[in-house]
Every structure is written in C-alpha cells, then in structure tokens.
Design a protein around this ligand. Structure first.
Ligand code: HEC
Length: 384
C-alpha cells in the first residue's frame, strides 16, 4: 500500500515536471496553428482554383466522379458539411495538405503540396475551405476538442466509441469495463450511452455482471475559439440494471446532471472542470452525492504539431456522499494519452488513480481506455 502510494506520488511529480518541461520544448510545437498573418480566404480561392478544384470541385463537395476517375474513400470530405468539417482542427487539414493523404493514413490520391505551396498559401486555402460551411457559428470548433481525460468528462460533443477499464491495484481483485458510445448530432448535441460490465471477488467468491446503464444527453451552450473556452451541460439517467447485492449498481434509478467547462491556454495547455451530482430516487438504497472533477494537461506533437500527439494530464477528483458521517473522497490521477495510429483516430490513455483521503477502504486503481473517433474512418484504417 505505502509502496503504491509512493509510486503514485512519484508519478504525480514526474508528470507535473514533464508538463512544465515539455511545454516550452521547441520540438513540440502548437496544437493550434500560430499565424504570422491573418489567413486570406480570397488568396486561398486562387490556390484552390489552381490546385484543388479538379478533385474537390468548385462547390467543395467534389468534382463529378466521371471527371475525377477515382473512387471516393468513405472519408471523402464534403466541405459544405459543417458537421463533418468543423470538428477538424486546422492543423489536421494542414498536415494532410502538406504531407498528402498517405502521411495520415488517408487515401494517397490526395497529393502532398509541401513542395508546391508555402506556409501562408496553405493557411489561406484552409481559410477558403472553411468558407464552404455556411453556418459555422452553430458548431464548436474542433480545436476545442481537447484530449479526453480518464474520468473527467469534457464539454465537446463527440463522435466516439470508448472502451475503458479500471482495476484495483491492491486489495481484493475487482474491475469495471465500460463501453461508452458518444454520438454528436445537429452540431451542439451529443447522445451518450455507457454500459458497464463488472467483475469482483467478494468473500472469496467471484461475481460478474452488468452495472447501471447510463443514457445521457449533452448540449454545448457556449464556445469560443478566440478565448479557447467551451461550456456544456448534460443530463443523464442511470437505470438500475446492475445487481446492488454485488455492489454493481445503486439498486435504484439515479439522475446525473453535470456541467463541464474546458479552457485552452496558449493553444496546447488545457484545463477541464466537471461538477455534477448523483441523485438517487431512493436514497435509502444508495446515498446521493456531489462530485467535482478537474484535469490539467498539455498536448505536444513533433513536426510543429503535425506528428503523434502526446498529452500528459493530472486529474484531481473529489466526491461527497450525503449520508451520515460520510467524508469527502479525494483522488489524484496522473495519466498519459497518446494517439496510437497514423490517422490519430485511435487513442489510448493509462493512469493510476490514487486515493489520498479515506484510504482504508479505497484502493489505488489502474485506469485505462482505448478510444476510436469513428467519424475519421473505420477502426482498422489509417494504421500504415
Ligand atoms: C488528385 C485529386 C486531389 C487533389 C488535386 C486535391 N485533393 Fe484533397 N483530397 C483528395 C482525396 C481523394 C481526399 C480524401 C482522402 C481520404 O479521405 O482518404 C482528399 C482529402 C482532402 C482533405 C482532408 C479532409 C479531411 O477530412 O481530413 C483536405 C483538407 C484536402 N483534401 C484539401 C485539399 C487542398 C487544399 C487541395 C489543393 C491544394 C487538394 N486537397 C487537392 C483528392 C485531391
């Protein structure tokens, strides 16, 4: 126990030092493009008409397939579809234009323009591509889609499938696996379904089963790329599908409202806050609680933000039960998220969740997830 606690503390300091150290390292540049001058969409149109129109079409939907003579990949961009284009940060477009589709595991039909266009021309053509989406203000910008923490939920409405697991590092064996599906719709909204599957050894007997299934609806209320902030609220219902005898469920329906606020600082450092509650219908079965979750992290990628993305983070997690004599539980969770494949639409995150209050009956846990951003293509695409 003490050994684990020490290693947890070590990791906490290691990650904090890494955050501060790497934040200023020149090899790891911005996750957002730093502009030397404002991109000029009119000049971008000149570039587009010269080099892109033959494939992407005058309207940004794509030139007629009869004239392009290639089969469109399932990730073919229709630049008028705001729901497809606004989640893409400018750096993602820039990487494809500079190094070609192949460099990011997309179709090699998309050529590399790094030798033909200079930096400003690329920024200009991206600004022109953006103008194909007419109601851009209805959608939060992809830059605000900061890396997902292990526990703290973020504000950005997502299209992703997450498989996450938490296992006790000490004490009786026990783990939970969550299959989480998130689907964005109409720009600002997201539908979330979370199905937990639990395993635990209690009194030397193993038990497993489904936990309480969550159905949630998230709505982005405010976002601004200029200030780097995004704010959302979510309402969720946890259905009493888990067996409370095994400790796999609350034994009663639970309402879970929360608010999430994320802030980007200087493009690559980010803060995430989530405040919420678990309001059980029958509080005699399971106490009501309030929680506070926060994460601080930093993203860095080699090649001026275009390469593999590393995002070390530290979460501070607190929760308080409304039952007689209950104390506030506090945990610290240092972790590291990395993009796993070339296309960067598969990411993994691992960390150690260390309780620092009430440690007698709460154990350190290893927490992990794999995330698939399915809007960027099928799982097995974009690895090479
Ligand atoms: C020879 C045809 C061709 C030309 C010319 C071309 N593209 Fe493409 N482009 C493609 C194809 C095909 C894809 C789809 C790649 C995929 O999804 O696998 C693509 C994808 C893209 C994407 C990626 C969108 C996303 O979803 O990430 C961007 C951005 C893009 N092109 C911009 C440009 C720009 C800017 C130019 C001109 C400077 C250009 N393209 C010229 C064929 C072309």
């Amino acid at each position: 126990m003490t050994r684990i606690t020490r290693s947890g503390m070590f990791m906490f300091f290691f990650f904090t030092a890494a955050l501060i150290g790497w934040a200023s390292h020149p090899l790891f540049a911005q996750q957002m493009i730093h502009y030397t001058r404002r991109p000029d969409a009119a000049n971008g149109k000149v570039v587009y008409d010269g080099g892109c129109i033959a494939c992407h079409g005058a309207d940004g939907r794509g030139a007629p397939e009869a004239s392009t003579r290639f089969i469109r990949p399932d990730t073919w961009p229709d630049f008028t579809r705001c729901d497809q284009t606004t989640p893409e940060p400018d750096v993602a477009y820039k990487a494809v234009i500079l190094h070609g589709g192949h460099s990011l595991g997309f179709s090699q039909i998309m050529p590399a323009f790094g030798d033909l266009l200079n930096d400003e021309q690329i920024n200009d053509v991206i600004a022109y591509l953006r103008s194909f989406c007419r109601n851009v203000h209805h959608y939060p910008a992809g830059e605000l889609n900061i890396p997902r923490a292990l526990v703290t939920e973020k504000a950005f409405p997502e299209d992703e499938l997450v498989l996450s697991a938490a296992a006790n590092a000490t004490g009786a064996p026990s783990w939970t696996t969550d299959v989480i599906s998130e689907q964005a719709f109409a720009g600002r909204n997201e539908l979330e379904i979370d199905v937990p599957v639990n395993y635990a050894v209690q009194d030397h007997k193993a038990a497993s089963g489904v936990g309480d299934i969550t159905v949630g609806y998230k709505r982005e209320l405010f976002s601004s790329l200029r200030t780097g902030s995004i704010f959302s609220v979510q309402g969720g219902i946890l259905l009493p599908t888990g067996s409370s005898d095994h400790g796999f469920g609350a034994g009663t329906t639970t309402f879970e409202p929360f608010a999430a606020y994320d802030q980007l600082i200087r493009n690559t450092t980010f803060l995430q806050f989530q405040v919420g509650g678990n309001i059980t219908v029958d509080s005699s079965k399971s106490p009501r609680s309030l929680y506070f979750r926060s994460a601080i992290g930093h993203s860095m990628a080699p090649d001026h933000g275009l390469g593999r993305l590393f995002s070390p983070m530290v979460e501070i997690l607190g929760s308080h039960d409304y039952s007689p004599g209950a104390s506030t539980d506090m945990d610290v969770l240092p972790e590291m998220q990395v993009t796993v494949n070339r296309r960067q639409h598969i990411r993994a995150n691992i960390g150690v969740r260390e309780p620092f209050t009430d440690t007698s009956d709460r154990h350190p846990q290893v927490v992990f997830y794999v995330l698939w951003d399915w809007a960027e293509g099928k799982f097995w695409r974009g690895w090479r």
